[in-house]
Design a protein. Sequence first.
Length: 362
Amino acid sequence: MNSETPGQTAATAPHGADHRRGPLRPGERVQLTDEKGRHSTITLTAGGAFHTHRGFLSHDVIIGTPEGTIVTNTTGQQYQVLRPLLSDFVLSMPRGAAVVYPKDAGQIITMADIYPGARVVEAGVGSGALSISLLRAVGDSGSLHSFERREEFADIARGNVETFFGGPHPAWNITLGDFQEEVVRTEQPGSVDRVVLDMLAPWECTDAVATVLAPGGVWISYVATVTQLSRTAEAIRADGRFTEPDAWESMVRGWHLEGLAVRPDHRMVAHTGFLLTARRLAEGATGLVAKRRASKTNFSQEDLNAWTPAAVGEREVSAHKLRRAAKDAASKIQRGALEKAEKYGADQDGTPETPSRNQVAG
C-alpha cells in the first residue's frame, strides 16, 4: 500500500513521514488504550504478545490493520490501537534526564520562530525530547547541531531520536563537549539562525551565542528557577549585543468531560520551567537601555548558590541507570527500524519484548 501523499515518493517524502502512514507494521510502536482510558505502548513483533493480568493480546491481530482499529484480547478486553503522537512518545521513551515537556517544546518552536531549513544549535540534549521537536521543525533541509557534555545522555538521546524517525535523521549532528567551547570551534561566526539552551548556567554562554548567532537570530533559554532566569536576563543586558530579553512560563490545565460534569481536572501540568528570548543585534549596534531597571543587578554569594544542581532539585543520576536507559533506547532502534522491516518477521534479535519494557502506564 502506498503511504505517500500524491506527488511524493519514499525518496522525496520528509524523513520519517512514511512511518506515520499506512497499515501498522512490525517494528512500529503503537499505543493501546483500554476501556478505562489507560495507555500502554508496545513495539509490534510478529508472533509477539502483550500480556496483562486480564489476558494477552497477540501482535499478529494488530499487524496489517489501519490505525484506529479496535482489537480484543483473550478475555474480551478491548483496546483502541493508534500510533503514538509525539507528546505520547516523549512521555514514554527511555530517559536519563528530565525531558522538556511537550507544552514547552511547542512554545520553543513557535516563540523562537524555528522554521523549515533553519540552522539551529542546541545545548543540553538530555534524553532527546526537544531534539525530536526541533528536527521536525527544521526538516530535512535544515540543520540541528546538538551539544551534550555527558556521553551517556548523548547515547540515550540518539537512541530515542532514531527510534522516533526510524533511523538517523539527515539534519542532525551531535557533538560531545562544553557548548561555549565547541560551538565557536564548529560553527562559523554569524552562521546560526537560532540558539536553544537547556542548561543550568546559560549566562556563561553569552559570548559564544553572540559569536555564532546571525543578526536578527533568536536565542531562547529554558531554565527552572527564578534565580537562573534573573541572572540570564542580566547577563544578556550587560553584554549589549542583544535586544531586551522577554520571559514567560506556560501552564496547561486539562478538563474533565463527562455528561454535565464538565470541570477542570484536579491535576495539572503547572510550572516546569521559564522561557527567555532575546535577538542578536547587528554587529556594532548597542542594545537600547530599558527605561525602568531593577535597583539591584548584582548577585550575592547566596544568590549564586541558589542555582547549583542540588539547590534546583536536580537529582544525580546513577551511572547504572544511564547505562540501562542507553541500552533500552538502542534496543528500540533495532526493534523500530522500519526501513529494514521489508516483510513481516521477528525482530533482529529474534526474541519478543518483555512486558516490563513494553508496557508504559498512561
